[in-house]
Write a protein that binds this ligand. Structure first.
Ligand code: SAM
Length: 259
């Protein structure tokens, strides 16, 4: 029997056009596709004959536990199948791709990793926000907001507040009031511009902007919900001139107007 394999493939941030050429080639010849919630369904049409398995997770709502996903990948590969594990953005950026790769390595299953365009860079780009900009920002950090104030491996907001010019926060909507408070308390200017890019790169993209000291209230008023990339830093102001992307979904326009 043919030895199977697994490709951990980054599907990009939403716009299917941002999928890599390598990822698409693997998808087209896949026997099994295990995909996440944030993966654009149009990409699945590229694998019409493949068995498709939804493994998606919404915040706090795990469709399949991680251990089960790992076991599924190993099982199908051992049955000789070409498995594509299609993950939103980049598999190794808050995607638990490392855990899946570790499980495959431990099981002796051949695997490869196809990087994807992470929402951490793509959502700001589609909102007209360069993460670095000569004279304005020469560093950026990507962090999770999920662990704000909690447990092991948590982000050190006190040090981060002034350590880098631009901060990109994934999974940070729920903790936004706390994040803003922490950053201001540790030296970030209250007037720092902030952008919340929701469903970045998609036809539903919306952007809510404000100052660090007022962004949580704005987010609440606009009922901003995940998925959101939070961008904090002076570069956010550039969006006034550089916003180029016009989302086409009617809901997006209405949402921005209310925001
Ligand atoms: C579990 S993380 C996965 C990140 C992914 N691996 C990546 O590289 O983009 C999910 C978070 O990514 C962010 N995200 C993913 N896609 C997004 C999009 N199209 N627009 C805004 N945020 C997005 C949100 O912060 C969301 O809560």
């Amino acid at each position: 029997m043919r030895v199977g394999s697994v490709a951990l493939v980054g599907a990009g941030p939403g716009d299917p056009g941002l999928m890599t050429v390598r990822g698409l080639a693997l998808l087209r010849r896949a026997d099994v596709v295990v995909y996440d919630r944030l993966v654009d369904r149009r990409l699945l049409r590229e694998a019409p004959r493949a068995r498709r398995i939804f493994a998606g997770k919404a915040s706090g709502d795990h469709a399949l536990p991680q251990a089960q996903i790992n076991a599924l990948l190993v099982l199908h590969a051992r049955r000789g199948r070409r498995v594509v594990r299609l993950k939103g953005g980049d598999p190794f950026v808050f995607g638990r791709g490392g855990e899946e790769a570790a499980a495959l390595a431990a099981a002796g299953v051949p695997f490869e990793v196809v990087p994807g365009v992470s929402s951490a860079v793509a959502a700001p780009a589609y909102a007209g926000i360069p993460l670095t900009h000569r004279g304005l920002a020469s560093s950026f950090a990507v962090v999770t907001g999920h662990e704000c104030g909690r447990g092991r491996g948590r982000v050190d907001w006190a040090r981060l507040a002034t350590a880098v010019d631009t901060l990109v926060v994934l999974m940070g909507v729920a903790a936004l009031p706390r994040i803003a408070r922490e950053l201001i308390a540790h030296g970030r200017a209250a007037s720092t511009p902030v952008a919340l890019v929701r469903w970045g790169t998609t036809a539903w993209q919306t952007v809510v902007t404000g100052r660090l000291d007022g962004i949580a209230a704005r987010a609440r008023a606009a009922r901003v919900e995940p998925p959101v990339v939070i961008v904090i830093g002076d570069v956010v102001a550039l969006a006034e001139r550089l916003a180029w992307f016009a989302p086409t979904a009617p809901a997006a326009a209405a949402y921005t107007a209310n925001g």
